[in-house]
Design a protein around this ligand. Structure first.
Ligand code: GUN
Ligand code: ZN
Length: 436
């Protein structure tokens, strides 16, 4: 493929604004109002101001102009359930009832590979239309659901992480496996998919309520055998859930200890929600180098509670944003960032827009231990990026005329933006979505 020089406004994070006291956070980001991004073989070669990256006589490089646009690194969704795409907007219940009433009946359909393939295709089309280029994804209990998902990701050459859900109790018969089947099926999927192209596997015990101690032990055995696979699960989302976990695991010190003492907490372990944690749980999350997926639209929708982002930051725990579709209400990272802002406002914290973008890009990459590959425009990283259309709607165009700094522009986009703002999505140096 020819070298590409993308010309337009560029913004990316280079450090965590949440850990930086400096007013304006100038050392945490780079903004080129009239910039260039040089891409070769799917990787970023350099970024800079217009006119600085290639010499005028270079005919080997294809120049691609992006007028009235802002280029950002591709968004990263650290927690999403692809089989719940059509569960979004299911009315009237909190976590445990919502799972029984809406989620389990839908997930039961994914034993059919044709159904799984159709939803996986639709999900990835939607994800790219929203500018999300990487996600940490749940399948269902059926290995077919993961095969269908990875097959589509591979065809698009996307960087994705996913796994088969493990659940062997407190779920309908058709959605239950057992510890040995969970182990054997996961192992087979790891062998088939982990490290193939840009794909990686996540061992995925759904949560403590639906896994026996024997099944968590089987999950830990997989992590010991395959140290660089991911682990994803849910933690401390809802009060009834937490009470139930204490009944199911009476010997555990707290909810996190169920996973921790089973050997499931380490780098590349991602715990979603983490809303009602005790001090001991925050401390162990930090000590084990675990990460948190902060899922604000889901937490509001299910009435679960408000995530204490500042506490996570004080403990230096890596945090990334998650849509948590279908409890989350949108695959749009703009909607997720908007909800993140609002959940912090309710706790008297005004989340800085640059920090919010960090949680959706470089911070999310760090929470997935992928910050050497994706998350910003540093030289050598994979060329996954979005081209935002700053004239996407008349109202957005008008509002942006009134902003004076990139931080104000970003905040307006976070509040007003959605898939209409995503003009193009590029993955590994290839345009894989264009808004029509
Ligand atoms: N806890 C266990 N399973 C789920 C799920 O599918 N969604 C959410 N939000 N929480 C869960
Ligand atoms: Zn979830």
């Amino acid at each position: 493929m020819k070298r590409q020089l993308h010309r337009g406004a560029l913004l990316h994070l280079i450090a965590d604004p949440g850990q930086c006291e400096e007013p304006g956070k100038a050392s945490c980001y780079e903004y080129f109002p009239d910039g260039e991004l040089l891409v070769e073989d799917g990787h970023i070669v350099a970024t800079g101001a217009r006119g600085t990256l290639i010499n005028g006589r270079d005919t080997q490089t294809e120049v691609i102009e992006h007028p009235h646009s802002l280029l950002l690194p591709g968004f990263i969704d650290t927690h999403v359930h692809y089989p719940q795409l059509d569960v979004i907007a299911s009315y009237g219940s909190q976590l445990l009832e919502w799972l029984e009433r809406y989620v389990f009946p839908e997930e039961a359909k994914f034993g059919d590979p044709t159904y799984a393939e159709a939803v996986a295709k639709r999900f990835l089309t939607e994800l790219l239309a929203n500018g999300t280029t990487t996600a940490l994804v749940y399948g269902t209990v059926h290995p077919e659901s993961v095969d269908a998902f990875f097959t589509e990701c591979e065809a698009l050459n996307l960087r994705m992480i996913a796994g088969k859900v493990l659940m062997d109790r407190n779920a309908p018969d058709t959605l239950r496996d057992d510890p040995e089947r969970a182990y054997a099926q996961s192992k087979e999927l790891i062998e088939r998919w982990h490290g193939r192209g840009r794909l990686a596997y996540a061992v995925t015990p759904r949560f403590a309520c639906t896994s026996s101690p024997e099944q968590l032990e089987a999950a830990a055995r997989l992590l010991a055998e395959y140290p660089d696979v991911y682990m994803q699960t849910h933690l401390s989302e809802n009060h009834d859930e937490i009470r139930w976990v204490s009944e199911l695991y009476p010997e555990s010190l707290n909810y996190f200890d169920v996973y921790d003492s089973a050997g499931l907490a380490r780098k590349r372990s991602v715990f979603a929600h983490c809303i009602h944690l005790q001090d001991a749980e925050w401390n162990r999350l930090a000590e084990t180098q675990s990460s948190i997926a902060f899922c604000p639209s889901s937490n509001l929708f299910l009435g679960s509670g408000l995530f204490a982002l500042n506490t996570a930051r004080d403990h230096h725990i890596p945090v990334g944003l998650g849509s948590d579709v279908g409890a989350g209400t949108s695959l749009s990272c703009f909607h997720t960032m908007d909800a993140a802002y609002k959940t912090q406002q309710l706790q008297n914290v005004s989340l800085d827009p640059l920090e919010n973008l960090y949680l959706a890009t470089l911070g999310a990459a760090a929470s997935l231990d992928l910050h050497d590959k994706i998350g910003n425009f540093s030289a050598g990283k994979e060329a996954d990026f979005v081209v935002l259309d700053l004239n996407a709607t008349p109202q957005i165009a008008e509002r942006l005329k009134r902003t004076q700094t990139i931080s104000e522009t970003l905040f307006a986009l976070i509040t007003l933006g959605d898939d209409r703002v995503v003009g193009e999505t590029w993955s590994f140096g290839k345009r894989c979505y264009v808004r029509r």
